[in-house]
Design a protein around this ligand. Structure first.
Ligand SMILES: Cc1cc2nc3c(=O)[nH]c(=O)nc-3n(C[C@H](O)[C@H](O)[C@H](O)COP(=O)(O)OP(=O)(O)OC[C@H]3O[C@@H](n4cnc5c(N)ncnc54)[C@H](O)[C@@H]3O)c2cc1C
Length: 247
């Protein structure tokens, strides 16, 4: 279902050698914050397509994707070489279940991202929905190096707008960086450092958790959450944890 649409690169942001955002124009249909599109390029007569979350809020243009280069991958290095004015393909069926609409009632929304999985959370936090639902939002972003801590302006703007209702927890695993935790997310849950920093306990009574990115992080955190009584959320079986695996 759906069709391929032509997308035009409006702007490329190069965060570091391996980390890029592409802003683009394309006649995409309405979507929900947290959803993803399929992006394609034709290589030697064959279309290579991969899913990418949208970073822009549904009412924002241009559209935006945020990705890291997988050097041996067929698509991401080619996407990173695109420049303003270049064309690519984007599929009209925007999809994905990691959205606020599908989230049950909660007081505290905990968002855990590795790397580029920050993107869909920024899209959500730029909409009203999380702020109408949750008293407090905790955004944890785990990266390897300080130069992977991106979208600082957007995060500062959100912190300015929502004050202490939003807590941003950066975790940098391979460098010591002031103001960040030097642990992976599962270890920072085990040590209690995240909850101490935020001043909240992550518990089933008031939390909804969204996990996005690397499957190792997702599985390790899910185990810990299950031990605390937080179950995977499914449409027919409401729970506390929503998951989207990138790789
Ligand atoms: C629902 C969904 C949404 C996604 N959204 C994003 C997004 O917003 N931003 C983004 O950067 N990626 C995202 N991805 C991953 C993306 O679709 C591609 O797999 C990735 O960009 C690599 O593409 P590739 O063709 O170069 O290599 P692939 O052939 O796709 O992958 C090559 C190898 O790299 C691994 N890999 C895939 N992605 C990564 C990664 N990000 N870091 C390290 N290793 C990886 C794969 O498991 C595989 O072993 C998403 C994946 C899914 C399933």
């Amino acid at each position: 279902m759906g069709e391929w649409l032509e997308a035009t690169v409006v702007e490329k942001i190069r965060w570091n050698d391996g980390l890029f955002s592409l802003r683009f124009d394309a006649p995409l249909p309405a979507f929900k914050a947290g959803q993803f599109v399929r992006v394609g390029l034709d290589v030697d007569g064959e279309r290579i397509a991969r899913p990418y979350s949208l970073v822009n809020a549904p009412d924002e243009t241009p559209h935006e994707i945020y990705f890291n280069v997988v050097p041996e991958g067929p698509l991401s290095p080619r996407l990173a070489r695109l420049e303003a004015g270049d064309l690519f393909q984007v599929h009209s069926s925007v999809t994905g279940t990691m959205t606020m609409e599908r989230t049950p009632e909660h007081r505290h929304l905990w968002l855990f991202a590795t790397g580029t999985a920050l993107g869909p959370f920024l899209s959500m936090l730029k909409t009203d929905a999380p702020w109408q639902r949750a008293e407090r939002v905790v955004l944890c972003h785990s990266v390897r190096t300080a130069s992977d801590l991106t979208y600082g302006d957007t995060i500062r703007e959100l912190l300015h707008r929502y004050g202490n209702r939003l807590t941003f927890v950066p975790l940098v695993t391979r460098e010591t960086v002031t103001g960040t935790l030097q642990q992976r997310i599962p270890a920072a849950l085990d040590s209690g450092d995240i909850e101490r920093l935020v001043g909240l306990t992550l518990r089933p009574e008031d939390a909804h958790v969204m996990l996005c990115g690397n499957s190792d992080m997702i599985e390790a955190v899910q185990q810990r959450l299950e031990a605390r009584g937080l179950r995977r959320h499914r449409r027919r079986e409401p729970g506390h944890v929503t998951v989207e695996k990138y790789h």
